[in-house]
Design a protein around this ligand. Structure first.
Ligand code: 3HC
Length: 312
């Protein structure tokens, strides 16, 4: 009991927890759940964009997209490594993803139909990810917070490059290209609002997350912050956000917005989104195809260990 009280006091004082510190089992389990699903989101998030590397309109855009996808893979690795400090193996985490037991962000279960989708993903998806990830830089679990500091720096580049590519299409593009951007925004806007999670009063994990200093800002507050920031960016871009009820409410100091289709959210989270099956199949195939690389790396590492033992 005393250790629990000391832990609670430490969290209340804004303290951070390192892997070797004592922590309640539920705190550990919540972190493994959230950090591993965050890592899965980064890795699965590489797939929608990967389809467009060979079809980027210029060498510059191809290089930028390659750099972004590579960053996402790195984010996944930082996060799996942070999760492993909690005593869970990488294989167990990957098995949970492949078996459908673990989640990844619903946003990646929507198809990327054309190049405007790639810019829109950068602007809106990575923009939402930044909004959600910046508070995690102050997460009470120190390895997660440390990972987020680097991730957020790179996400800012992801968001800017997406917005820049849309700005080119809107300012220099043909009427058809401008229409492509508006169509992409129409398709991605509402699923991006769902990235922040269910409404606070339907969020089973938020109370504990907030209590333990894992979740510093609520789902709805971050969603509102994202809407308020993005509306201004949309105006500069010259696109309309697909919500007839979106309007500034002076009394609230925020934009009012229309209802979010939570039935769609739970359907997609439950595995019945537009491309859930394709995404998971692609992930499993990539894992299976990469088995030889993992085996070779392990064989090399074992040989290194043997050589250094013989030298000792
Ligand atoms: N997609 C899939 N599942 C979601 C979800 C989403 N957008 N939002 C919530 N859920 C799930 C939760 O995981 C939880 O299910 P679980 O208990 O089985 O894990 C359930 O819905 C209820 O949600 P809660 O709000 O109660 O859960 P949390 O308190 O964990 O809050 C969260 C959800 C806000 C996503 C939180 O987990 C979080 O902040 N996670 C870290 C950030 C993250 O994972 N972001 C995903 C995007 S990463 C990304 O976009 C990559 C970028 O490079 C593009």
């Amino acid at each position: 009991m005393q250790r629990q009280q000391q832990f609670d006091d430490h969290i209340d004082e804004g303290g951070f927890v390192e892997p070797k510190d004592w922590m309640p089992d539920d705190y550990r389990k919540t972190l493994i759940r959230q950090i591993s699903q965050h890592a899965h989101s980064e890795i699965v998030g590489m797939l929608p964009e990967g389809n467009w590397v060979t079809r980027a309109p210029t060498l510059k855009r191809k290089a930028i997209l390659l750099a972004k996808i590579q960053d996402e893979g790195g984010h996944g690795l930082y996060l799996y490594a942070a999760a492993e400090t909690l005593g869970v193996s990488r294989d167990a985490l990957v098995d949970a993803l492949h078996s459908g037991k673990a989640k990844y962000s619903s946003i990646f279960n929507y198809p990327t139909l054309n190049w405007a989708d790639i810019g829109t993903i950068g602007w809106l998806v990575d923009g939402a990810a930044i909004m959600n990830q910046v508070p995690i830089c102050r997460c009470s679990f120190a390895p997660y917070a440390r990972a987020m500091i680097r991730v957020c720096r790179e996400e800012s580049f992801h968001q800017r490059q997406g917005y820049d590519s849309l700005l080119v299409m809107m300012q220099k593009g043909t009427p058809e290209q401008k229409a492509m951007v508006q169509d992409a925004v129409n398709r991605w806007w509402w699923p991006c609002l769902m990235m922040f999670g269910p409404p606070d009063d339907q969020s089973p994990n938020s109370a504990n997350g907030m209590r333990w200093g894992i979740k510093r800002v609520s789902n709805d507050t971050l969603r509102q912050k994202f809407i308020d920031a993005t509306k201004q960016q949309a105006d500069v871009l010259g696109v309309t956000l697909p919500d007839a009820e979106l309007k500034w409410n002076e009394a609230r100091g925020h934009h009012d917005h229309g209802p979010i289709d939570w039935a769609e959210f739970w359907r997609v989270v439950g595995g019945d989104g537009p491309v859930n099956r394709e995404r998971l199949a692609a992930r499993i195939k990539a894992w299976d195809d990469g088995a030889w690389v993992r085996e070779a790396a392990m064989a090399h590492a074992r040989k290194q260990v043997k050589t250094s033992e013989q030298a000792a």
